[in-house]
Write a protein that binds this ligand. Structure first.
Ligand code: SF4
Length: 194
């Protein structure tokens, strides 16, 4: 496993982001597509309204069968870095996620040039606001749209533990977790170096 960090600069902050990455075999992904699809259907108002989400997203098993090796990358940000600012816990979480999500997506997209494959992102596709699915129109950027691991049925909690021994933490009882993380993956060749 590789462990690095960088400083993310925003208009108001300079925040350290931890980067964990590891090459893994396809067996490490635990896919529960139907279970997650049902959870989305029951619990998300966006179900059927975003083209990157269930029921439109394919099962990760399709890619598991096509590729032997994957690079898994986690960006993590400790929210205690915002302790001296006058933010609510929810705002801290929002700031943390706003820092790491687009940066991880940009990094994964840059890897596509090296791998000739497509990455699996974190959360729904954010290329259009709103997603054209909400307007009943065709996807505006079908070649750039990417599916998330979770929308493809991957158990990301288990993945984070199995690969990095690092649990994903959640906002609970109006309290921000110690850190927030995002996780993504991309198929790579056996000889891929990063
Ligand atoms: S590219 Fe735009 S329309 Fe297509 S899935 Fe992404 S957000 Fe939706």
């Amino acid at each position: 496993m590789k462990q690095q960090s960088f400083i993310a600069k925003t208009p108001k902050h300079e925040l350290e982001v931890e980067v964990l990455s590891k090459l893994v075999s396809r067996d490490v992904f635990d896919v529960k597509k139907e279970q997650f699809r049902k959870m989305c259907e029951d619990g998300c108002s966006n179900y059927g309204k975003k083209y990157s989400c269930p029921p439109f997203s394919p099962s990760f098993e399709k890619f598991q069968n096509s590729f032997e090796n994957f690079l898994v990358v986690m960006y993590s940000i400790n929210l205690n870095q915002l302790a001296n600012f006058d933010y609510s816990d929810y705002q801290k979480l929002q700031i943390g996620n706003a820092v790491i999500k687009p940066r991880l997506e940009k990094y994964m997209r840059s890897l596509e040039n090296k791998t000739n494959t497509q990455f699996f992102s974190t959360g729904a596709c954010r290329l259009c606001k709103p997603c054209k699915g909400k307007l009943g129109e065709p996807c505006a950027k079908p070649n750039d749209k990417r599916y998330s691991l979770e929308a493809s049925g991957v158990d990301c909690n288990k993945l984070a533990m199995d690969v990095f021994d690092r649990p994903l933490l959640w906002y609970k009882n109006k309290t921000a977790p110690e850190y927030t993380s995002v996780i993504a993956a991309i198929p790579v060749s056996e000889t891929f170096s990063f």
